[in-house]
Ligand binder design. Structure first.
Ligand SMILES: C[S@@+](CC[C@H](N)C(=O)[O-])C[C@H]1O[C@@H](n2cnc3c(N)ncnc32)[C@H](O)[C@@H]1O
Length: 305
């Protein structure tokens, strides 16, 4: 099965076969509603802009090619976030996905913090009362069987394609969770938060017994590869991102080079924070991703408040 003609769009305003919201229409600023609203940092805007563009392209481009399009948010949050030091509230990734021009047929939102999930439930009911949404409370890793079971069953007459957002605070994702999901037709948009703690704790991870990176990459051989690289200018952050791509290749995903990942930096000290990377088994998915990287960096095209 391939993506077929639906992926033939050549650009945001190109010969796309379906309606996609123009970037100018992407509105993610909202009024306070009194529910849980964690603080977010300025650079989250970049993340939301890129995710929003990809959600739009995916949901619209796949609409007529698949019977069911499923959106999965493994680290869903509460749906709202307040920009640190401001009164500005932005909608988070699950609500961004609900607001696309051609909504997904099914949504699965998992969140570890029950209070945040409850706020998300209320907001979803208000914003998209008719959407088909499964809420899963608890760790996405512990509840992976429930998440997989919520994905509609595919058959010869019911083609199902999922897009899964993986957006943890740090490099604490578990590759086993990705592996379990990868048995279905599924693309992953992964926030590789390798700059935040992996960089700072490099020696601890390389020489100690800490399993965090082993679990994120799904192997422990990365240590030999890191130690075997004798270049004096080697850097841990791009190394880990490349290692994650290598792990995805073991699941038959196409290799993603660093220049195909979006590097996001902190606005304060211009520190490298994370890479946002797309993983698909089909080259054509990267046409959408190329457009996201092209248009998603032009901030003047967006309305945030
Ligand atoms: C960076 S926030 C992402 C929020 C959301 N994706 C957004 O951008 O609007 C990470 C969220 O994951 C939740 N979380 C942390 N560990 C988790 C886990 N193992 N499974 C599910 N959720 C988790 C946290 O409570 C937090 O709300």
């Amino acid at each position: 099965m391939d993506y077929g003609q639906a992926m033939s769009c050549q650009g945001w305003h190109g010969d796309i076969q379906c309606q996609i919201m123009a970037p100018e229409e992407v509105q993610i600023g909202v009024e306070e509603d009194g529910l849980a609203c964690p603080e977010i940092r300025r650079w989250a805007e970049t993340k939301y802009r890129l995710i929003s563009l990809y959600d739009e392209l995916f949901a619209s481009g796949m609409k007529y090619k698949w019977n069911q399009r499923v959106y999965i948010d493994l680290y869903a949050g509460s749906g709202y976030g307040r920009l640190k030091g401001t009164d500005t509230i932005l909608i988070g990734s699950p609500l961004i996905a609900l607001k696309v021009g051609n909504p997904f047929d099914k949504y699965i939102f998992c969140e570890d913090d029950e209070k945040l999930l409850e706020a998300l439930r209320v907001r979803v009911k208000r914003i998209a009362p008719h959407a088909d949404v499964t809420f899963i409370s608890g760790s996405c890793d512990d509840n992976i069987a429930q998440i997989c079971a919520a994905i509609p069953r595919a058959s010869a007459t019911n083609k199902v394609l999922s897009l899964c957002l993986v957006d943890p605070f740090d490099f604490g994702l578990k590759f086993e969770t990705i592996r379990r999901l990868s048995s279905s037709f599924i693309d992953f948009l992964v926030l590789l938060a390798v700059g935040m703690d992996a960089n700072r704790n490099q020696d601890h991870y390389v020489d100690g017994n800490n399993q965090k990176i082993d679990e994120a990459l799904g192997n422990s051989e990365w240590r030999q590869r890191w130690k075997g690289d004798t270049r004096t200018n080697k850097s841990f952050m791009p190394f880990l991102a490349a290692e994650f791509s290598r792990s995805m290749q073991t699941l038959n995903y196409l290799e993603q080079h660093l220049d195909q990942m979006k590097m996001v930096r902190s606005d304060e000290k211009n520190l490298r924070l994370y890479y946002l990377a797309l993983f698909s088994r089909h080259q054509t998915a990267y046409k959408f991703w190329d457009d996201v990287l092209k248009y998603g960096t032009d901030q003047s095209r967006f309305v945030w408040e």
